[in-house]
Ligand binder design. Structure first.
Ligand code: NAD
Length: 243
């Protein structure tokens, strides 16, 4: 389709998983896409695609975020996909874990949104889509303390931005995925020792009987990019997990 024709799109964590599917789908929808990640080699795999420019971007670094947005110019649609999953309860989470989770899951969104806002405000139009999670705000998930705390904070961030800029043409929505296939999900399953048992347990969480695909999340993200009557909302996509 040409749903995003003429739109300039910035995607964080676009090398793999949900961010990559979003970058590819945005390009398919006709956007001019800036696909970014800290993984230079992997994000560069996208550079052969028409209308996709790849860049190394560490979302922990405000200076780098500001410099990239200065290079891009006005961003019409921002997709924030960067995030990190720490395993562990409150007893196991170190202060360093909590600080990194907050920096990468929450402050990264603060950095990118602050950087793109002036351009969006100048044209009275913009859409921001944050990849949040059902973990933390919608559902307490075992062994995900630092993750749940910080992903819950992204809900507050999303709603706050939406409330402040709704009258100036800017929408900000969140997506709350349940369990989604990705390289880091594979790492988490392998880390549990018995991969097959861990995978079966993760599948069993969803009444729908399977794990979601990055493409399913990307389809919702592209929808939200142009969904002109929704802002400040969490959009749950989880195979029926929290129902
Ligand atoms: P993933 O975890 O496999 O990949 C994460 C990507 O982030 C990698 O390409 C990595 O290089 C990049 N990254 C890490 N640190 C970065 C930094 N400092 N700057 C820029 N990029 C950085 O992908 P995923 O599982 O699809 O996760 C994407 C988002 O979706 C995350 O925010 C995650 O919390 C969220 N999410 C995932 C699931 C799931 O089950 N996979 C569920 C709910 C929410």
């Amino acid at each position: 389709s040409d749903k995003l024709a003429g739109k300039v799109v910035l995607v964080t964590a676009a090398a793999q998983g949900i961010g990559r599917a979003i970058a590819e789908s945005a390009a398919d929808a006709g956007a001019t896409v800036w696909a970014t990640d800290i993984n230079e080699a992997k994000v560069a795999e996208l550079s052969h695609r028409t209308n996709v420019t790849t860049r190394v971007l560490n979302v922990l670094k405000s200076v780098d975020v500001d410099a990239l947005v200065a290079e891009i110019g006005t961003v019409d649609v921002l997709f924030n996909a960067a995030g990190i999953v720490h395993a562990g309860t409150i007893e196991q989470a170190t202060e360093a874990d909590l600080d990194l989770a907050y920096d990468l899951n929450v402050k990264s969104m603060w950095r990118t949104i602050k950087a793109v806002l002036p351009g969006m405000l100048a044209q009275n139009e913009g859409s921001i889509v944050n990849i949040c999670s059902v973990a933390g705000s919608i559902k307490g998930v075992p062994n995900r303390f630092a993750y749940g705390v910080t992903k819950a904070a992204t809900v507050g961030l999303t709603k706050s931005v939406a409330a402040d800029y709704v009258a100036r043409g800017i929408r900000c929505n969140g997506i709350c995925p349940g369990t989604v296939e990705s390289p880091s999900l594979q790492d988490r399953l392998r880390a549990q020792g018995d991969y097959e048992a861990a995978r079966a347990a993760f599948i069993a969480r969803q009444p729908i009987g399977r794990i979601g695909t990055p493409q399913e999340i990307a389809d919702l993200a592209i929808y939200l990019a142009t969904a002109t009557y929704t802002t400040g909302q969490m959009h749950i996509i989880d195979g029926g997990w929290v129902n």
